[in-house]
Structure formats: C-alpha cells, structure tokens
Ligand binder design. Structure first.
Ligand code: SF4
Length: 227
C-alpha cells in the first residue's frame, strides 16, 4: 500500500498552487460561539459565520443556557435570516451540544481534558457521529484531529493510501499522522479534501483529468470504489 507520508509535501504544494491556503474562520472572541458554529454552520464562510454570531447575540442566544432552551423555530429563523440552512436536525443537535457544554462547566476547565475524553463524550450525544465529533473538536475547539468525511475517505482509498476496508479511526489516524498536534494544518487538509471531493473526486465518478491530486495516483489510475 502506498504511503501518504511519502508524498505529503508535494501534495501540499499541489493543493496550495491550485486552491491557495484556506484561511478558515478567524478565532472569534466567543468560545461558545466558536463551538456552536462548528456544529450549527460548519460550512459557512467567514462573513456568514460572523453574521450568525452577531444575530445570535442580538437575539440573546449566544449564551449556553439560552441557546440550549431556545425554541427551534427561533434558531432556524436566525439561520435563514443570515442566508444559512435552518435545518432543524442540525439545530436540535446543536442544542444538545450546548447542554453538554453547560454541564461541563467553563471552557477554561476543559483545557487539560484529553481529546479522547471529549470525543467519547461527543459521540455519545444523540445525532453526533464520529465525523461530526471530530469536526467540533477541530473547528470548534482547535484540537489536532481530522474529521474524515466521505470525500476524504474516497480520496485516500482511490490513491491506495488507505485499505478500502479500513474503519473510521484508521482513516483518521492516516491523516492525523501527517500533522500531529497541528490543528491549523489539519484544518487546511480538511478544507482542501472537501474541495477536491466536490470538484473532482465525486462518489460516482473520479474526474481525475484536471485534479490537483492526479500526479499522486497509482499506476493504472484510481483504485477500487469506496463511495
Ligand atoms: S486524482 Fe482522481 S482519484 Fe485522485 S482525488 Fe482527484 S479525482 Fe479523486
């Protein structure tokens, strides 16, 4: 099996040349707001993320208990008002996340909590799977983990960097091993892989011709399907 680490630097160069360096969200001043964004609007751009935080603050909902007990329709209306999906399932899960945060106490008291402990607690929240838990950890809490999406899994398998029968944790470890303790690097890789998955490496077809990862394909092209 090809080793991703061996091609890592040229892969980063190729992705940077094509897409630039994803900036991600800046660090907002509100820790709860950052946590909330990672679950409520993970794909929002910076402008909308900021608008959402402002709207939640104006509505008195940028506070753990207030958000956890808010009416679902009120939160959905705020999301829609700033141009985001008011998906009720995501709102419900975000309210569970707020209740969890409230029970955990101040954010300062989490600082020394091991990431594995936080992950275990998150995946025990109804509606939060491993990928969402890792997205919350990475984007909301800046922990050095990689949320494996369907797109990133596909890319790894099609390049022979991951066994097609590998489970979620093996896939996560494969990428985390490239950038231990570097949440900023993992954020960039996550953003790049999502773009490649959307633009080229789709579930039904691998459009390799113009893909920035084409130089890293195994001989003979993409390997077995992992969609
Ligand atoms: S080169 Fe092909 S298989 Fe590799 S990421 Fe791009 S589209 Fe997917």
């Amino acid at each position: 099996m090809a080793r991703l680490a061996e091609s890592y630097s040229p892969i980063v160069d190729s992705l940077t040349d094509r897409y630039g360096v994803p900036s991600g969200w800046p660090e907002f001043s509100d820790r709860f707001g950052e946590l909330l964004l990672s679950a409520l609007a993970p794909t929002a751009d910076v402008r909308r993320a900021r608008a959402l935080l402002d709207a939640l603050r104006d509505g008195g909902l940028l506070e753990v208990t207030a958000f956890a007990t808010a009416k679902l329709d009120d939160v959905s209306a705020i999301l829609k008002a700033v141009g985001l999906s008011g998906d009720s399932k995501r709102v419900v899960v975000s309210q569970r996340l707020a209740r969890w945060a409230s029970e955990r106490g101040t954010f300062e008291s989490w600082e020394d909590e091991p990431t594995t402990q936080l992950r275990d607690e998150l995946v025990n929240l109804k509606g939060v799977g491993p990928s969402m838990a890792d997205a919350i950890l990475l984007v909301g809490l800046r922990r050095p983990v990689f949320p494996v999406s369907r797109a990133s899994y596909r890319i790894l398998v099609r390049h022979g960097w991951l066994d097609p029968f590998a489970d979620y944790d093996e896939a996560r470890e494969t990428i985390e091993g490239l950038a231990r303790d570097e949440p900023t690097t993992l954020l960039r890789l996550s953003a790049w892989f999502e773009i490649v998955g959307k633009d080229h490496c789709r579930a039904t077809t691998a459009k390799c011709e113009h893909c920035p990862l084409r130089p890293f394909l195994p001989e003979g092209g993409p390997l077995g399907d992992s969609a």
